[in-house]
Design a protein. Structure first.
Length: 408
């Protein structure tokens, strides 16, 4: 396996002469708003995706297989924990650079962006934000390198949009916690080495625990026969009297606010990633309409086709601007949960609409594996639901507008 060039400020300094091979709609010249380092990060990840993901992703999706060899490669290029401090194994990048990475990975496939999102935002982030110094030193460098893969156990079979009602719980013993319960719809679950698990203590308070594969009573199952995110492993976490050492509790993760804070990080990346999927669909359809001849001329010459292309470009451009502004706010620690919810909700909705329109422009070819559009469309049906459903994000916005919560 050839070593990957890591994405880092140091790499950016060394490679300032690198050309930017970015190929995508940029109608409002957002490129002019990016720093040289941000452009380099984007270009490096685009090259990585073209080399490591695009050639094989359709076959992986067709077979329903996760390409496990991609994990250490993601680690080598610096895709895991890129915004965390360098001293704990992160890349020290800014939030816009991180967003551009998610955009480029999801141009390849939503399933693989999900894997990276979970590792960075839902596994490494909570250890960094809520963990002890010992936990950070023990886990973060190996997670950053891709030597360990993690998952995030919050959702349960009966508690999706209402995570506060979770039934997973633990009781305290002399030198360990006895954990029981289960988690469902967990990305990376069947192959994860560690799980960040949220469960209630005897007082009903939600706490975070690091559960390692191999602990007695801890098992995982695959969710099979899914038609979306087929290149990702999704499953169930099962805890039957699992003895979790007390040193594995995240000391500063107390209450539901802690996992929701993690979800803000993940939703931010999703907002960018969805734009990447939309751009890939749009570019595929634009090229197709220029090449497809009907009635002795390209179908791109017809008014209805141009209308669809213009509307999609407009929607993608608006989403790009939202991402850039949200990234600027996050760089200044000024982004709110509601702002992140708006971006996640609207950008994913936009991407799904774009995918459906592009599928129509390709006609029958749009449903084949010869083009990525149908794969993106099926993936986005999951993305619009996970990390907060389309309607839950509406209610988050509604509370921000009115000051009145529509749910507990």
């Amino acid at each position: 396996m050839q070593p990957q060039q890591p994405i880092s400020p140091r790499a950016a300094t060394v490679r300032t002469g690198a050309t930017d091979a970015f190929e995508a709609p940029d109608f409002y010249q957002i490129d002019d708003l990016l720093t040289p380092e941000q452009k380099l990060v984007r270009s490096a990840m685009r090259t990585f995706v073209k080399r490591e993901i695009t050639p094989t992703i359709d076959d992986c999706a067709q077979r329903g297989e996760f390409p496990e060899t991609i994990v250490p490669k993601f680690g080598q290029i610096g895709a895991f924990g890129p915004t965390l401090p360098v001293e704990v194994g992160g890349g020290g990048l800014d939030q816009i650079s991180y967003g551009l990475m998610m955009q480029e990975i999801e141009r390849g496939d939503s399933a693989l962006r999900s894997t990276v999102s979970v590792q960075s935002s839902l596994v490494m982030y909570p250890i960094w934000a809520f963990g002890s110094d010992e936990q950070k030193a023990h886990y973060l460098p190996r997670l950053a390198k891709g030597e360990l893969l993690g998952c995030f156990g919050l959702t349960e079979a009966n508690h999706g949009s209402n995570p506060g009602g979770m039934e997973s719980a633990f009781i305290e013993r002399s030198d360990y916690y006895l954990l029981n319960g289960s988690k469902l719809w967990i990305t990376n679950a069947p192959i994860a080495d560690i799980a960040i698990v949220w469960a209630k203590n005897e007082q009903g308070k939600i706490r975070g625990l690091i559960v390692e594969r191999g602990m007695e009573g801890f098992s995982t199952n695959d969710i099979e026969r899914k038609w979306s995110l087929r290149a990702s492993r999704t499953g169930e976490l099962i805890f039957q009297d699992v003895k979790v050492p007390k040193t594995n509790m995240l000391p500063d993760a107390i209450g539901l606010k802690a996992p929701l804070q993690c979800l803000d990080q993940a939703r931010y990346g999703i907002a960018w990633g969805a734009v990447g999927a939309a751009m890939d669909c749009y570019e595929t359809a634009r090229r197709y309409t220029l090449e497809r001849i009907q009635f002795d001329k390209p179908i791109a010459s017809f008014q209805l086709v141009q209308k669809k292309l213009a509307e999609m470009l407009t929607d993608i451009t608006k989403a790009q601007l939202v991402c850039w502004r949200l990234g600027t706010l996050k760089n200044n620690d000024a982004a709110t949960t509601a702002q992140i919810s708006m971006a996640k909700r609207d950008n994913v909705d936009m991407a799904l609409r774009v995918a459906r329109t592009c599928r129509q422009l390709l006609g029958g070819m749009g449903i084949t594996g010869d083009y990525p559009i149908m794969r993106h469309m099926m993936n986005l049906e999951s993305v619009i639901t996970y990390e907060g459903t389309h309607d839950i994000h509406l209610l988050i916005l509604g509370e921000a507008i009115t000051g009145i919560g529509a749910f507990k």
